[in-house]
Write a protein that binds this ligand. Structure first.
Ligand code: T3D
Length: 262
């Protein structure tokens, strides 16, 4: 049987490809398990400096696999599944110190859409589309949907997207601020890898600190956030990459960041 998650390393980029194309990369328990393992393995791997998450075939991810377990069981405990797989995955993505590019190559539905929103830089192919499909099967957005959506698109659009379950195009997703940039389908895979490679060359500790600050900002007031910025900036001020950045500026040359601590 083919691996449900393909794991490659291209330079300093870990490329994770959801690989169930005949099911539009719907999230089976095995695929969720593999994603959790893959993100857990990233934390201590200094050679990897960016992550690219994308899908094989014409879809990005159709959300929970409705053919395996979930739909078959009578009165399933969906909360248990969420506790075991979805929530740990979203937490790992948000807690991952490395930048995550979610490259939405095709349809992103239900938890598949919200998985994309858990990334740091979300891009889409022009033919991609997005739907909070949950309402069609009597559920509510999970995998962080009710957290990410209002913050990205505002309360009004978030509620409408969730309650109506309509499909929106990549152009609409861009207009709403769900995605950073769109690319032509033919060039999408190359552009996605170029973007991730670009992030991998940036100062790793700087990006990790940004992730911590942005994660905290949703729950912090201005005072707490200012204090956090100070603390994180203090740490960055001691980093080799900060010294290199300033030196390179003074020497009028591009900086070469190593991501090394100290
Ligand atoms: O505990 C828990 O797991 C709870 C967590 C829930 C989280 C959720 O994500 S709930 C939402 C689950 N997802 C959906 O409800 C979306 C279901 N899929 C669709 O609505 C449509 O497939 C799409 C809008 C995504 C795409 O439509 P279209 O017309 O482009 O493709 P299609 O023909 O519907 O699908 C192609 C194949 O993929 C098809 O198989 P077939 O007929 O060729 O053998 C279809 O059955 C399969 N597929 C699509 N989505 C899923 C799926 N198979 C399993 N699970 C799916 N979610």
């Amino acid at each position: 049987m083919a691996e449900e998650l393909l794991i490659d390393t291209v330079g300093a980029v870990r490329v994770l490809t959801l690989n169930r194309p005949d099911r539009l990369n719907a999230l089976s328990p095995a695929l969720l398990g593999a994603l959790n393992e893959a993100f857990a393995a990233l934390t201590g791997d200094d050679a990897v400096r960016a992550v690219l998450l994308t899908g094989a075939g014409r879809g990005f991810c159709a959300g929970a696999d409705l053919l395996q377990g979930l739909a078959a069981a009578s009165k399933p405990d969906l909360g248990a599944m969420i506790d075991a797989q979805y929530n740990p995955l979203v937490r790992k993505m948000r807690g991952c110190p490395k930048p995550i590019v979610c490259a939405v190559n095709g349809v992103a539905a239900g938890a598949g859409m919200n998985l994309a929103l858990a990334g740091d830089v979300i891009i889409a192919a022009k033919s991609a589309n997005f739907t909070q499909a949950f309402v069609r099967i009597g559920l509510l957005p999970d995998a962080g949907g009710t957290y990410f959506l209002p913050r990205l698109v505002g309360e009004g659009r978030a509620r409408a997207l969730a309650m109506l379950g309509e499909t929106i195009s990549a152009e609409q997703a861009l207009e709403y601020g769900l995605v950073w940039r769109l690319f032509e389908d033919e060039a999408f895979a190359t552009e996605a890898l170029t973007l991730a490679t670009n992030l991998a060359a940036k100062p790793a500790q700087s990006l990790a600190a940004m992730k911590r600050a942005f994660n905290a900002s949703a729950g912090n007031g201005l005072d707490a956030q200012l204090d956090l910025e100070r603390d994180l900036q203090r740490e960055l001020g001691y980093s080799a990459d900060f010294a290199e950045g300033v030196k390179a500026f003074l020497e009028k040359r591009p900086a070469v960041f190593t991501g090394k601590v100290g």
